[in-house]
Design a protein around this ligand. Structure first.
Ligand code: NAD
Length: 248
């Protein structure tokens, strides 16, 4: 549908869940996908295998988004190898859920290091080659809770709301260089991140979702591919909500 042939894409946290579906979808559209992972090499290799079996192109790229030196090293190597990164998908994220009174500095720091600082470091590492090419796409995975709020997710929701400020600001900073920056805000999607929720909780979410079901990673990946495409060239600083109508 969308043609990304000749584009080099990085998907952080690309080994499973939404990151895996996004890596597969970008590769199906013709991009060479650098599947970032931090520690789960087996899962990353599985994603790589799925892409290769389908005739797509991908490579593994190890770094920890929460560690600025690791990000710089990983992305510098990738840029030296391929000359540039055209599409950066800031997908890696963690969720440590608790009420305000139980929030610890450690959980807060780790969440922000991963969910907010990570996307900033990754964007910083990719932006110069994008500016040189006068073409780039940065897509940040936020969440429905960034806009709706959710009891028990003060740390996660605030980090995902910060990503929206980051998205809008980078969109304004780099629009004149042909770089678009957008966010995708999923609702409740069936992945490892949401697997532990008890059935009653899942049913509660389904009841609050007008489309009456939980979302699939592929449905989020489709929005990312569109935003990465030439067809989305006049869209920047926006939030695409893939949430079944949960928050409108
Ligand atoms: P997931 O937990 O299945 O996958 C997240 C990936 O990020 C994993 O591969 C993990 O290893 C990786 N990761 C975590 N910390 C990392 C680090 N420091 N460096 C590199 N990689 C790291 O989660 P998912 O459900 O696929 O979510 C993907 C993104 O979508 C996340 O940003 C998440 O917050 C967001 N999101 C998910 C949902 C949902 O319902 N699943 C809803 C809204 C937003």
């Amino acid at each position: 549908m969308f043609d990304l042939a000749g584009k080099i894409a990085v998907v952080t946290g690309g080994s499973r869940g939404i990151g895996r579906a996004t890596s597969i979808a970008l590769a199906e559209a013709g991009a060479l996908v650098l599947i970032n992972y931090r520690s789960n090499e087996d899962a990353a290799k599985h994603t790589l295998g799925l892409i290769e079996q389908a005739g797509g192109q991908a490579e593994l790229l190890r770094f920890d988004v929460a560690d600025p030196e690791s990000v710089d090293r990983g992305l510098k190597e990738a840029i030296e190898r391929h000359g540039r990164i055209d599409i950066l998908v800031n997908n890696a994220g963690i969720s440590i859920d608790q009420l305000l009174l139980r929030v610890s500095p450690k959980d807060l720091d780790l969440t922000w290091a991963t969910n907010v600082n990570g996307p900033i470091y990754c964007a910083k590492a990719c932006i110069r080659p994008m500016m040189k090419k006068r073409w780039g796409r940065i897509i940040n995975l936020s969440s429905v809770v960034a806009e709706s709020g959710n009891p028990g997710q003060v740390v996660y929701a605030s980090s995902k709301a910060a990503l929206l400020g980051l998205t809008r600001t980078l969109a304004l900073e780099y629009a004149s260089r042909g770089i678009t920056v957008n966010a995708v805000a999923p609702g409740f999607i069936e992945t490892d991140m949401t697997a532990d929720l008890p059935d009653a909780g899942k049913q509660g979410i389904i009841d609050q979702t007008p489309l009456g079901r939980i979302g699939r990673p592929e449905e989020v990946a489709a929005a990312v591919v569109f935003l990465a495409s030439e067809e989305a060239s006049y869209i920047t600083g926006q939030v695409v909500r893939v949430n079944g109508g949960m928050h409108v």
